[in-house]
Design a protein around this ligand. Sequence first.
Ligand code: DX5
Ligand code: ZN
Length: 221
Amino acid sequence: ARRAIISPSLLASDFAKLAEDASNIISLGADWLHVDVMDGHFVPNIAIGFPIIKSLRKALPDVFLDCHMMVQDPEKWVEPLKEAGGSMFVFHYEADIEDYEALIAKIRDNGMRAGIAVKPYTEIDETIYDLIKKDLVDMFLVMTVEPGFGGQSFIEDAMPKLKKLREDFPHLDIQVDGGVKRSNMDISIKAGANVLVSGTGLFGQDDAEQIMKEMKAGIDE
Ligand code: DX5
Ligand code: ZN
């Protein structure tokens, strides 16, 4: 069976007590932490940067940091993320990338896993299929909101391509990010997602532990 992975988005945490919120959500059952890095160009917002990630890594030496890089020039940020302590570098297919294989090689040479993200309405094309078939993609992220902000509504239109991807690649880690919560998690799980990101659906919820349990149970079924 595919493993169920819950990756709460720190964007919805209280940054004034980031380490506390982060370790708390881990103790409630989260597997990874989802770290949203924005550059104000690829998306019209700025979020968590490298000094913050570095502090977080220091506070939580063993946690897996799933870093969602919403940046225009991913190549430029591979080494900074590695130095800050990132575990996985998920770049956007829509960013400025001359050579996908070279970028992935650079990420892996820096000791991180490499993931590819697409926005809700970006097609999963042949280039992406080739990269997956060559075993160059450690995780594939299908965005279910337009990247840039937490707390938006889940875009179900992204599901058909996810479903097709799951049919074609039964063992690939497929992540959904954006508007995922208890009330709609079944849609993503049914389509084949096994890595769920949730920000406002977990942080500040009294029953985050129970929600994560239900998410995992849904995936494991
Ligand atoms: C949006 C980010 C998401 C966001 C999700 O650009 O990529 O990770 O934090 O937050 P929710 O779950 O609140 O939509
Ligand atoms: Zn994200």
